[in-house]
Structures are given as structure tokens and as C-alpha cells.
Write a new protein. Sequence first.
Length: 273
Amino acid sequence: MAELENCVAVITGAGRGQGRSEAVALAAEGADIIAIDRCADVEHIPYPMATKEDLAETADLVRAAGRRVVSVVADVRNLADLRAGVQSGIDELGEIDIVVANAGVVAMGLPDPDDEELYRTIVDTNLNGVWHTIAATAPSIIRKGRGGSIILTSSMQGLIGRGGDGSAAMFAYAASKHGVVGLMRSAANAYAQHNIRVNSVHPTGVATPMIMNEHMANVFAGSAPSAAMAGNLLPVPFVEAQDVADAVVWLAGPKSRYITGTALPVDAGNAVM
């Protein structure tokens, strides 16, 4: 029997990249999926977001794994819309067991130190959006009454401060990802009485459309060949989305049943450098 049989998992940012990998990996372990994505570009962010077609492809991959899926178009920055979308999934699939708050944005290469709108966009997505996701889903886990697992996607920038360039973009990213750790620890305390575990994952750079896009290619252009891997102890420039998904599946399942309040690096040794 699959480890997550008869579980329902909510994943934000599920249209592509890490979110898609996590949806498919959780489905492979038996979970039904509520797949949420904005499916539209985000103002001030310099690369394209996932589309409705991307989200539909994620849903097809979940079905191919033999599981049910509800696709929801919602922006994590809007709590009311997110709650409504989550409820539509609950109405079809049942109450929630697992939450992966994965949606996030970055804006490396935008050097303006005073871009207040960009700063607010990043923090509103990466930090407020995570809190909204917790708020929209934790009551369902509590109602179900058998405990659960909430996994928050942070970053190595949520544990270290390297790479700051004085820009509003990088200040916002580091601050928001550090803030996710605070949310994780607070929620771990708040929900322990309900046997709900809350942890965060902290990837180094991941080879997803957030990084592998034209804007980022221009940012990295002219760097020495080794520059991309300079931050990782192991000789890899990026980890893969599947590497993060494997960590998420472990944190979601019974093999980590007593792990809570933990910040888990998936970083190729980045924190050691």
C-alpha cells in the first residue's frame, strides 16, 4: 500500500516546476491533489508565470498516476479567493491531510534599491501567501482529526544572507524566505496539539522555470563557467525539482512522523560554504 493512500494534499504553485514535481510525487504515493496556481503573470516579476495549460498538464500527470485531482486558479496573495478555491477541492476530495505551500517568486537582476512595489510583490507572495495558505488549510486538517503535515517552501536564502546586492528585489526575497521560517516555527507550536507537523524545506538553486528563463540567462551571461555552482559544496550548479519533491514526500509521510519545527536544507552543501 502506498504511504499516502487516502490522503488529500494541497499544493500551491502547482502549475510547473517544484509544485508540479511535488504533486506528481505525492500522487505516486497515493494522495489525491488540490493543485493551485495563479496561472497568470505577476506584476513587476521579470519572467513568465505558469499558465492554465501548465496547470492542466499537472492535473493530467496526477491522473496518470491514478489519483484524483482538483485544479484551482487562485492567487495566494488573496486569502478569500484562496479559501474559496481550497473549499472547492475539499468539497470534491474531502478534508485535507497534507499542505505544501510552494508558490513563490524571485527577481534577481533587478538592481533598483528603492523599488517599493517590487519589494511588496515579493513579500506578499512569498511570505503573506504562505500564511494565507496555512490559514486556508489548517482548519480542514483539524476537522479531519487525524493529524497531518504542513510543508513550507523557503530557500537557502531563508537561512543565510549571502548574495545580497542592496536591491529591493534581493532584500525582499531574503526577508520573505527568512519569514517563512518564523511562520513554520510558530505554526509547529500552534498545531502540535492537533498532531499536525510543520516543517520548511530550503533548496539551493533549482533547475525550474523560475531560474531557467531568458531573464535569468541574461543575468548569468558573462559569468565564469563555474560561477553557477560556486555556492554549492557538491559539484552541481542546481538541484532538480525532483530532489525537493523527494524531501517533501518524506516530510508528508509516516517515516517523518516525529519531525516538526525543522528547517530541512536540500542544498548540495550550500550552507556549509
